[in-house]
Ligand binder design. Structure first.
Ligand code: 13P
Length: 341
């Protein structure tokens, strides 16, 4: 594998492939396991993630990169093989979540800023040595009638750009993730409001990336799709989501960026697939448009597993199916009839 940032970025978003976001912190894993009655132990997290990474068909055909949480980056499968080696053997790039989560942004009621810049340069060296070749930093932009503020957007965009520059200096491709929330509180905003906030956010992010001399050929953008809030009275069809999303991206994302890999953000498995498919089937775009889903790639697999070793094959099958459906959506070749198979 080449060390050039642009080659790594391209490898992550090849046609029909996307990124598996398996970087849930231990706290988030607790939230995912609790409703299924699964105990949140290191062994359970390992067994579950080993099932994902050893799902050969999904990993070989539909996964170009895997985002890991720090624990998993250093973890080994039950037989002692490092997870990083299993991921690389499947032809996927191992990556690492490097932000330290969000904190309230002083002077900005209801807004947060993502933290973790101070220790980043040093951590990146260590992550590189273990095999990580890309990283992820998630900024959260809250939406209601008066939010976000321009100050909130700028603070988050600046942190994203500083993070991206530090990653590239360390030979690591930054996934730049500004998430305009769909499932926040109250989460009842319209698709037009999401459009407006996403546009302002992307504009600020690319301005800051430029000011920090980030090489756009060596990043992957991970935005939200333009969707109504999850509690909005009026929901949108995949065609409407595609129309709004592609329009906003075309206006604000330079074509030097090799790939755009969406977060699922609380969409159902089917919505996330149908929306991505509508973009690729109905629009031409200068960048690869693909997925970097957490929930929408894993929910079915986690449910099928339920913490029971005897269910691991069924879980792997469920994950392989979702990965294949999204791989088809990334080429605009999905239709609902394929779900039955
Ligand atoms: P979801 O697809 O579940 O939103 O997770 C993607 C992610 O990595 C959020 O940072």
């Amino acid at each position: 594998m080449s060390d050039r940032l642009e080659d790594i970025a391209h490898a992550m978003v090849q046609p029909g492939q996307g990124i598996l976001a398996a970087d849930e912190s231990n706290g988030t894993m607790q939230k995912r396991f609790d409703p299924l009655g699964i105990e949140n132990t290191a062994d359970n997290r390992r067994d579950y993630r080993e099932m994902l990474f050893r799902s050969e068909q999904a990993m070989n055909e539909n996964v170009g990169g895997v985002i890991l949480f720090e624990e998993t980056l250093h973890q080994k499968a039950a037989d002692g093989t490092p997870f990083v080696d299993i991921i690389k053997a499947a032809g996927a790039v191992p990556g690492i979540k490097v932000d330290q989560g969000v904190q309230p942004l002083p002077g900005h009621d209801g807004e947060t800023v993502t933290v973790g810049l101070d220790i980043l340069a040093e951590n990146l060296k260590a992550y590189y040595d273990v095999g990580a070749r890309f990283a992820k930093w998630r900024a959260v932009i809250a939406v209601d009638k008066s939010l976000p503020s321009w100050g909130g957007i700028r603070a988050n965009a600046h942190a994203l750009a500083r993070y991206a520059a530090l990653c590239q200096a360390a030979g690591i491709v930054p996934i730049v993730e500004p998430e305009v929330q769909m499932d926040g509180d109250p989460g009842d905003h319209t698709i037009e409001r999401c459009h407006e906030v996403t546009a302002a956010t992307l504009k600020a992010v690319f301005n800051e990336l430029d000011e920090q001399n980030v090489k756009l050929e060596g990043i992957v953008l991970k935005p939200n799709m333009v969707v109504p809030g999850s509690n909005a009275a009026k929901q949108a069809s995949p065609e409407e989501v595609a129309e709004h999303t592609v329009a906003v991206l075309k206006r604000h994302v330079p074509s030097a960026v090799p790939g755009i890999a969406f977060l699922s953000g609380g969409q159902s498995d089917l919505e996330a697939t149908a929306n991505l498919n509508a973009m690729n089937a109905g629009h031409s775009a200068p960048w690869a448009l693909t997925y970097s889903y957490g929930r929408a790639l894993q929910a079915a697999a986690r449910e099928a597993w339920g913490g029971k070793p005897e269910n691991l094959p069924a879980a792997s099958k469920a994950f392989t199916h979702r990965a294949r459906m999204n791989g088809l959506a990334a080429k605009g070749e999905w239709n609902e009839g394929l779900e039955a198979g």
